[in-house]
Design a protein around this ligand. Structure first.
Ligand SMILES: Nc1ncnc2c1ncn2[C@@H]1O[C@H](COP(=O)(O)OP(=O)(O)OP(=O)(O)O)[C@@H](O)[C@H]1O
Ligand SMILES: [Mg+2]
Length: 586
């Protein structure tokens, strides 16, 4: 017996301690107390101590081997007041099978705290905390714990870690030492690192991806890119229909330009520019155009006469018109077709001219901005990330990025987004998010290929950009809402929760909150996290690095967890100031 109930309030009670427990009162903060009556057991947690009394908040009811949150009845004034015993603690500290060790409980002699593997990994998780509070170490240790040296191994797990600083490589480089079937690989954007380079085949990019890559901001750009993508796919096809189509739209484009009221020279320049980039045997500058008496080259038909007109205006327009076929229903199927960024650039330029976007004052700026951005992308260093030799399906691609140089399946793939600007990194992560969602949604057997996206510095990626305005959603919001049932799960790690879309946070079912000081962050978390009590807010303020408050689906009540140190650790340690500063003077 610890003592006796003195007063009972709405959600708490005050216990007067016995003489022999008074001296240990200071050890009791946050400890769990059981109020036992003949017919029920109520669980509470010590909130504060005042001289020889403790205030205990009620948490719920303990049954034979379970815990139910919330109270219908309070304990009686005569209830036995005692510390939680080992058997009862087991109910709170987690299951013993199909489980994962999360850490230990500093309150209960470092008792191991386990969580159900399904509870932890079939839900979205958020990991918040100040810089240096232990988030990266924590998630590394959790993942290391998933890959034990045992008989039953998570061979079929698919974890994709996105990080910008290369912190994870050290933590997982020796993964296969525990078991030869465990594999880890790195895909990087850094030229300086000797890992597989990021590669995203252009044929796998959707409209949204291209708009994101080109930093689109206006609605008119959506139809420009949409048309460009259709054209790019058609242009890459070699069959008769594709050639007819190409002739058809080339003919329309040239005719359109011919009938604009620009100077003849300007019209000719634009037509030549298009035909230089895109042409067919029938519609190219060197095609032969039959006329009365003799044959001219396409180019020569645009010679300008002394009156400033095209010399062969009639012949060339008649020739071109034969290719226009407005009644035909085109089949735009692009299965098996691959194309490059350059092809897309050609298609976009073609679209902008043929649909006269560049000739329209209101659309000129939007069109020009797409043109410049795509040219920039196709000609700068980033183009290396978009090369592809042959057609690949999304299924094949996702399996391919998990295969290492020894042709083995990697359970952990680390996307190391170093040496690229923030905006580009964000777009890449969004593209993968979109691809994973499309892939998991298309599975015949729903959620049969669970994918986990672990986003280090999630505030860099999970923010609204122009995509929200343009397509009405942010891909992470969609994953947060729909991903769970398809088996696409997010783990968001951040020191700046306020920068993360609130809707995404509210869909997370598990939280590991390391120490956070900033009141704005705390307020934001309290607002967006379901069941975040003031008590948790208070608790995490005093945490040491490597210790967090964990709550949600994984635990019946919020638990203070001391994470085991990652072994090997990630490369995220604090700077060695002494070693870097100090020199010994002789
Ligand atoms: N479980 C732990 N046990 C012991 N020390 C730890 C533990 N977790 C973290 N640390 C210490 O805290 C330091 C910072 O940890 P970590 O890099 O994980 O912080 P972080 O929260 O990821 O910070 P940032 O937001 O800046 O990335 C580590 O270098 C390590 O020394
Ligand atoms: Mg970190």
């Amino acid at each position: 017996m610890l003592g006796k109930i003195y007063t009972i309030n709405k959600n708490s009670c005050v216990v007067k301690l016995n003489d022999d427990t008074k001296s240990k009162a200071s050890d009791l903060i946050n400890v769990h107390i059981v109020f036992e009556d003949p017919n029920k057991k109520i669980l509470g947690e010590v909130d504060s101590i005042l001289e020889d009394t403790i205030k205990v908040n009620f948490l719920g009811e303990l049954t034979e081997n379970d815990f139910v949150g919330g109270l219908i009845k309070k304990p009686s004034m005569d209830a036995d007041v005692r510390l939680i015993n080992d058997e009862e603690l087991k109910i709170l500290t987690g299951p013993r099978s199909k489980c994962l060790t999360l850490g230990v409980s500093p309150l209960y002699n470092d008792t191991e705290l386990t969580v159900d593997l399904d509870d932890m990994f079939s839900n979205h998780t958020a990991i918040f905390g100040n810089t240096g509070s232990g988030k990266t170490y924590g998630i590394c240790r959790i993942i290391q714990n998933i890959f034990p040296n045992s008989q039953i191994i998570p061979y079929k797990s698919n974890l994709f870690i996105f990080d910008s600083y290369g912190e994870y490589m050290n933590a997982f480089k020796d993964l296969s030492k525990n078991n030869p079937y465990y594999n880890f690989k790195v895909i990087t954007t850094s030229e300086k690192k000797e890992y597989e380079k990021l590669n995203l085949p252009v044929c796998l990019l959707d409209l949204e991806d291209v708009l994101n890559l080109l930093e689109a901001t206006s609605f008119s750009q959506i139809s420009m890119v949409e048309t460009a993508l259709t054209y790019a796919k058609m242009f890459a096809r070699e069959d008769k229909e594709a050639i007819d189509f190409k002739n058809h739209i080339l003919a329309k484009a040239v005719l359109n330009i011919m009938y604009t009221n620009q100077t003849t020279t300007r019209i000719r320049d634009q037509i030549f520019e298009i035909l230089n980039e895109t042409n067919t045997p029938e519609m190219s500058l060197s095609s032969e155009v039959p006329g009365i008496g003799f044959t001219r080259s396409f180019r020569n038909c645009f010679d300008i006469d002394s009156e400033g007109r095209f010399a062969e205006h009639k012949i060339i327009s008649d020739y071109i018109k034969q290719f226009v076929d407005e009644d035909r229903q085109w089949n735009f199927d692009a299965t098996g077709v691959t194309y490059s960024l350059h092809d897309l650039e050609v298609a976009l330029n073609f679209t902008l001219y043929s649909e006269r976007y560049l000739l329209n004052e209101a659309m000129y700026d939007s069109a020009m901005s797409l043109k410049v951005k795509l040219h920039d992308l196709a000609s700068r260093q980033y183009r290396e990330f978009f090369t592809s030799d042959s057609y690949i399906t999304l299924d094949e691609y996702i399996r391919k990025i998990q295969i290492n140089s020894e042709n083995k399946k990697c359970q952990i793939v680390n996307f190391n987004l170093e040496d690229v600007d923030d905006r580009f990194a964000r777009t890449i992560v969004k593209i993968y998010g979109r691809m994973f969602l499309k892939f998991t949604r298309a599975l015949d057997d729903r959620a049969s290929f669970p994918i986990h996206m672990i986003l280090e510095e999630a505030h860099r990626y999970v923010i609204d950009g122009d995509d929200r305005k343009l397509f009405g959603y942010n891909v992470f919001e969609r994953i947060a809402k729909e991903g769970r049932k398809y088996g696409l799960l997010l783990t968001l790690i951040t020191q700046r929760p306020t920068d993360i879309n609130e809707n995404v946070i509210s869909q997370c079912a598990n939280f590991l909150i390391f120490k956070i000081n900033h009141p704005a962050d705390l307020e934001y978390i309290a607002k967006s996290v379901p069941n975040m009590s003031e008590d948790i807010v208070e608790k995490q303020k005093t945490l040491q690095s490597g210790t967090c408050v964990a709550f949600g689906r994984i635990f019946k009540i919020p638990m203070i967890v001391k994470m085991q140190k990652a072994d090997p650790p990630p490369t995220s340690s604090n700077c060695d100031i002494f070693g870097n500063w100090m020199v010994k003077i002789k």
